[in-house]
Write a protein that binds this ligand. Structure first.
Ligand SMILES: [Zn+2]
Length: 382
């Protein structure tokens, strides 16, 4: 499905960035383990490395989308700001780990010398981007940040994430008096940290489209299944959309159109937060979904249309995963083209090939839709 032809192109995206985020180095090893088995001559960089984000930065600076980008410098978060989402005990643990020269906080999640300052910059830069929208200086802001945040829970680190950048930004919007915020997370992994932070809240609808990977240990006890729907006041306001491996462009667009759009329309948010990972791409070493640039572009268009209708154009985009050093940058470019609602693609896909058969994904999505309509009270009658 395409966005309404009457929708007008947006004129710019305000991008928030700070060079200091490059100083987080998660090391080398066998993929993300940090370990050297002794029999490999070439140990690769941890997938969450600075190179991936350097390419995202440069493609927005020198790619064909560059005339639509306005640049802003981020800032470090202050410790008291972190307490809107995280516990004091957990923050103390991070400060202590930094003081002691580093620590593996969970599987694959390394806080090394330099990491804590980069982490504070990622959180603060996301807050700067949100504040820019809240103060009325722009409609669409993109926080190009690392380390990522959506697995970071109030009390623990997980999946390369220390602080929940998007969650902190949502809390800021609530603090400004916004009553309904929706988070749409298209990173290939379940946004468990963000879900956990707002699990008992009906002010924040958390929606996550992800690979059906389940729990991956004590740092990630959540399953990401359709049955995790929130608790207390938040009952029904956590919407999980676990998609089969290899879902692809058409399957994702179907899920967005059939599940996400009606839910957001029913919820009527005054702010939309798009949490984006390019690890849902066909070439990512960390994901088993098969989006191409065209899929990201189409998701961007759908989100553009939603923001125009639902949140008077207010949209915060927060960077999460995406580990193919080249293709992540290309997919980011394509998605932002969609968010700008540009009539024609600015950049062609250099590598996409994926003979998608969406029939299985469509069946799964229809089953999820029936489940949600049954289990999420706010969706009844949608
Ligand atoms: Zn991810």
């Amino acid at each position: 499905m395409h966005a309404s032809p009457t929708a007008v192109p947006m004129d710019r995206i305000d991008v928030f960035w700070h060079d200091g985020m490059l100083n987080h180095d998660a090391g080398r090893g066998v993929f993300d383990t940090g370990s050297d088995p002794g029999f490999l001559d070439v140990l690769e960089k941890h997938p969450e490395n600075a190179d991936r984000v350097k390419n995202m930065l440069s493609i927005l600076k020198r790619g064909p989308i560059s005339p639509y980008i306005s640049w802003h410098v981020g800032r470090p978060a202050l410790i008291p700001e972190l307490l809107s989402f995280h516990t004091q005990e957990y923050i103390n643990e991070l400060i202590e780990a930094d003081r002691n020269g580093g620590k593996m906080l969970s599987c694959g999640t390394f806080l090394n010398p330099g990491s804590w300052d980069a982490t504070l910059l990622a959180a603060g830069t996301t807050l700067s981007a949100m504040k820019h929208i809240l103060d009325g200086h722009g409609k669409i802001a993109y926080a190009l940040v690392r380390p990522p945040g959506h697995h970071a829970q109030p009390t623990q680190a997980d999946g390369y994430c220390f602080l929940n950048n998007a969650g902190l930004a949502v809390q800021m919007a609530l603090g400004y008096g916004y009553e309904k915020v929706v988070v749409i997370d298209i990173d290939v992994h379940y946004g468990n940290g963000t879900a956990e932070g707002f699990y008992k809240s009906n002010n924040v609808l958390t929606i996550s489209l992800h690979m059906n990977h389940g729990s991956w240990g004590p740092s990630h006890p959540q399953s990401g299944s359709v049955d995790e729907v929130g608790e207390g006041d938040g009952f029904g306001y956590n919407m999980n959309i676990p998609l089969p491996n290899g879902t692809g462009d058409r399957g994702y667009v179907y899920a967005m159109t059939d599940l996400v759009v009606p839910a957001v329309q029913k919820f009527e948010p005054d702010m939309i937060v798009l949490v984006v990972g390019q690890d849902s791409s066909a070439f990512d070493p960390n994901g088993r979904q098969c989006l191409t640039m065209e899929g990201y572009r189409e998701i961007g268009r759908i989100v553009h249309s939603l923001t125009t209708k639902q949140s008077i154009g207010r949209l915060l985009i927060v960077q999460e995963g995406g580990y193919h050093v080249t293709y992540s940058a290309y997919c980011l470019h394509a998605m932002l083209e969609g968010v700008l609602n540009l009539p024609l693609p600015l950049l062609s896909d250099p590598i996409a090939y994926y003979p998608e058969d969406e029939s299985f994904a469509v069946k799964v999505i229809e089953a999820i839709k029936r489940h949600h309509k049954d289990k999420l009270p706010f969706l009844r009658g949608a």
